[in-house]
Design a binder for this molecule. Sequence first.
Ligand code: NI
Length: 398
Amino acid sequence: MALTEPLARDMAGLARAQHAEVVSWRRHLHRNAELSFKEFDSADFLERELRRIDGLAIERPTPTSLVARLRGALPGRVLAIRADIDALPIQDQKTCDYASTRPGAMHACGHDGHAAMLLGAARLLAQLREQLPGEVRFFFQHAEEQHPGGAQQMVDAGVMNGVDRIIAAHVMSTVDTGRITVLDGPAFASSDRFVLRVQGRGGHAANPDRCVDPIWIGAQIVANLQAIVARNTDAHDALIVSVTRFVAGTAFNVIPDGAELWGSVRCFDPGVREAVPGRIERIARGIAEAHGATIALDYVHGYRPVVNDPAVAGALREAARLALPEVPLHAMRPLPNSEDFSAFTVGTPGAYALIGARSAAKRIEHPHHHPLFDFDEDALEHGVRLFAAAPFVLNQPA
Ligand code: NI
């Protein structure tokens, strides 16, 4: 069945009726925040709640992730909907009654909300099973916040077998509640990292002429790496190359032997991304050789960019327009943050939505990853309705 106005109204009614429970799920997860790869209690809680819903087949592809499947009564495609469930190593500084009770672990990015929204959508869709086309797989993913990420582990466990499309969403404490964004193309940047060692020759600070100074050489490398952004990259492509740590030396009067630089590289285009390690190596080696030093580069690829498939993104916007007529679609720029959702979209088209969850009136405005982070729980209902509406647009038989 297609997403008609009466069906959208039914969904809105069901979502409203269960809203208090979705909020209570979110608060339970928030109080019991768990770090990446250690979401044991969270996964147990979600499994318990999923088992109360009729018609779901539930699996644990990894120790702390869950996949629940719901087969609709009508023919159609297979849609996966993903929520991440992990918290961050931050001490919660909120004083509300749902603040984290786990020292040093806090849901400071809203993943508790994502899990609650997906659970709410699963329950809502189970009630609409007779009208539901195809199959929906609910992915509760562990460890989004920590490289190498839980998404790749779930993919390796085979969760994408038979999936035609995949979607996800993030609550945004930087965008007002009542706005939804689904971008075409890039949504989140890739995030890679490097360690660069500069090997010189140390000695007395009084005799720099008898040394090969790795700090002076390292400083020139730091400055020259910006040529990759300013002189090697098309002006229409965004790229960030940042040296984020520079360690060398032990004393006022000693030139050290070596220096170690750490850095972060972010961009939206796979081609741009591929070119960066070689450029870093060439610039660093050239400068080092000119001054008698050597370098060693250790470059680690992190999460790929999240790039929305235009057809899936268009269908998700259509679902939002039909299911959430009171929530206007909102234009935004892609975010320079990264997301391991990209692991699911290698070979499967997907799209990622951003759901506004800031409220100045409720004084909910702290940025993500802040020790006072919170999000407006009214946004949970928007997420539930978007997730519940999506299969009625995306799962229609080809
Ligand atoms: Ni997040």
